[in-house]
Design a protein around this ligand. Structure first.
Ligand SMILES: O=C(O)CC1=CCC(=O)O1
Length: 96
């Protein structure tokens, strides 16, 4: 199942820089792991915003929730999820 996910990162203004840097480091490591596994299919920065649009490929909404809610930055993100399915006019036969 494919899901479009938008994440808006909202780090508290008073968060110490070293804590923010460590959070970003572990978030990046987890994001790379999920991309290598094929779970995090696309990861795009939204120009001019501390936000991304992503596509996740998971077996269920339960799995998506687990993946998203265990991201290191999860406590500091607003997340919007949109389920996706193949458009009938798409010329691609697979879901890539
Ligand atoms: O920077 C972001 O948009 C949040 C994020 C997702 C993966 C990552 O490394 O940072």
């Amino acid at each position: 199942m494919l899901f479009h996910v938008r994440m808006d990162v909202r780090l508290p203004h008073g968060m110490p820089q070293d804590q923010a840097a460590e959070l970003k480091r572990v978030e990046r490591a987890r994001a790379e792991e999920l991309q290598r596994a094929g779970t995090w299919r696309h990861l795009w920065r939204i120009a001019g915003q501390y936000s991304n649009v992503s596509v996740f490929d998971v077996a269920s909404t339960d799995e998506l929730h687990t993946v998203l809610s265990t991201l290191p930055l999860f406590p500091f993100m607003e997340i919007a999820v949109t389920p996706l399915l193949r458009h009938p006019s798409s010329i691609h036969s697979d879901d890539r």
